[in-house]
Design a protein around this ligand. Structure first.
Ligand code: UDX
Length: 437
């Protein structure tokens, strides 16, 4: 099929590349001429495992191309995906300027029947606004608007896209339904469902799924904090809970709070949507409240140990990205921690396998960026683990102990076995477990 993807951010680029991979002819459009030129030269603008190989192959084989010319893409496409940014506006609600702007342009460009698909996360009711913008200069039989929310996770986005648990399609048109079914069938050969529903429900599904997952995380973080107080072990509790098939094992890991570009924004936006309809979504207020607390949990622990004045102390952070396998630092708990530590007078040394450049752009020489995890630990009064990169999972504990000036670890991701840490001679404080040493 002939596809256009408007917007080559994270979602747009993965979407375009993966559709090309199943044999479609894809044109990706962006207003950033510089970026388009670089992509034409074969440069992938984001770090995402597996994307580069697919990007290179499909570009070479002529199924994936890039342009700044929206009209060219519109003339090519049967289906146009909108993967545009929806940043939070001043009041926290999603800003639809980009989406509605492109819809207005499309209204003047489309000349034959086209399906316009909204892939960005947008508030309930946006589909109708896109429809209205398109209808401005277009006859209603020339287009359909579809909502197709994206559930991919950074770090495993390609895999999530190629093998989705489910595909959600919101549309009231059987013609659009048929096109979308044809496009997505190759991705659900395993038998996972394509779930069709109305546009509003599809828009709501995305917010409901992300907010529910964020709720699980905040709930587990509170269970963990209480485990510390009453002397229970959250690892055991998590396993005990998760083996109930009604609960399930995944997404029950306590830590330093959720970050990233989706959960914080989506929870806030759903709470706001409720507010706009005079409904107070009480659980979501609590979820955000817990997360604000949890992302400073490690800083709180360090201050409880060393006192609130950290002048003369050096703290090492392992991990800056909001989660492993990405260089994304949006809403990363590590940044909130750095701010608190610097404000308390501490020196901060750090290592992250991918995200250091992004953090350096924000902090410059206020933070020391190191070549590897042991160099980062050298001379520090304690180590704080913020991201569960694999490379941190089995360190050489003797080397680590030799590097630190004191063998003290605050682990925000529960990477190590407690007994092992006692044997290795560390003071070890993690999340929801007994502190040892
Ligand atoms: C999320 C959704 O999973 C995805 O479906 C949606 O499309 C976009 O938002 P992403 O933000 O890439 O994806 O990351 P995810 O792996 O879901 O993790 C989000 C945050 O939750 C991270 O900060 C992670 O550390 C935290 N988390 C996750 C926990 O603290 N505990 C868990 O058990 C799982």
């Amino acid at each position: 099929m002939n596809i256009a993807v408007v917007g080559t951010g994270y979602v747009g680029l993965v979407t375009g590349t993966c559709f090309a991979e199943t044999g479609n002819e894809v044109i990706c459009v962006d207003i950033d001429a510089d970026k388009v030129e670089k992509m034409r030269q074969g440069e992938v603008p984001i770090y995402e495992p597996d994307l580069e190989v697919l990007f290179e192959r499909n570009q070479r084989q002529g199924r994936l191309s890039f342009t700044t010319d929206l009209k060219q893409a519109v003339d090519h496409a049967e289906i146009i995906f909108l993967a545009l940014p929806t940043p939070p506006g001043a009041d926290g609600s999603a800003d639809l300027r980009f989406i509605l702007g492109v819809a207005a342009e499309l209204s003047q460009m489309i000349t034959r029947y086209t399906v316009v698909v909204d892939k960005s996360t947008v508030p309930v009711g946006t589909g109708e606004q896109v429809h209205a913008a398109l209808a401005e200069h277009l006859s209603e039989d020339l287009f359909d608007v579809v909502s197709n929310p994206e559930f991919l996770r950074e770090g495993v986005a390609v895999d999530d896209f190629l093998k989705p648990d489910r595909v959600v399609i919101g549309t009231s048109s059987s013609r659009a339904e048929e096109s979308m079914r044809r496009l997505y069938e190759p991705f659900v050969r395993s038998g996972n469902p394509i779930i069709f529903m109305d546009v509003r429900s599809a828009e709501m599904t995305k917010y409901a799924a992300n907010s529910y997952l964020a709720t699980r995380i905040s709930f587990m973080n509170e269970i963990a904090n209480l485990c510390e107080i009453v002397g229970a072990d959250v690892d055991a509790v998590r396993k005990g809970m998760g083996s109930d098939s009604r609960i399930g094992k995944r997404f029950l890991f306590p830590g330093v709070g959720y970050g990233g570009s989706c959960f914080p924004k989506d929870v806030q936006a759903l709470a706001r949507t409720a507010g706009q309809h005079d409904y107070s979504f009480r659980i979501l207020d609590a979820v955000m409240n817990v997360n604000d607390y949890q992302r400073l949990r490690i800083a709180d622990k360090i201050e409880a140990y060393y006192g609130e004045d950290l002048k003369g102390k050096t703290v090492t952070l392992w991990g800056l990205a909001f989660k492993p396998n990405t260089d994304d630092i949006r809403e990363a708990p590590a940044l909130y921690t750095i701010d608190r530590l610097l404000a308390a007078g501490a020196q901060v040394r750090t290592f992250d396998p991918e995200a250091m450049d992004n953090v350096e752009a924000l902090y410059g020489d206020k933070v020391v960026f190191c070549e590897d995890q042991y160099e980062a630990a050298t001379g520090a009064d304690c180590l704080a683990i913020m991201t569960e990169w694999s490379v941190f999972r089995t360190p050489n504990f003797d080397k680590l102990k030799g590097a630190l000036s004191k063998p003290v670890i605050f682990d925000g991701r529960n990477l190590y076995d407690l007994r092992r840490m006692v044997e290795a001679g560390f003071y070890y404080d993690s999340i929801g477990r007994t502190t040892v040493g």
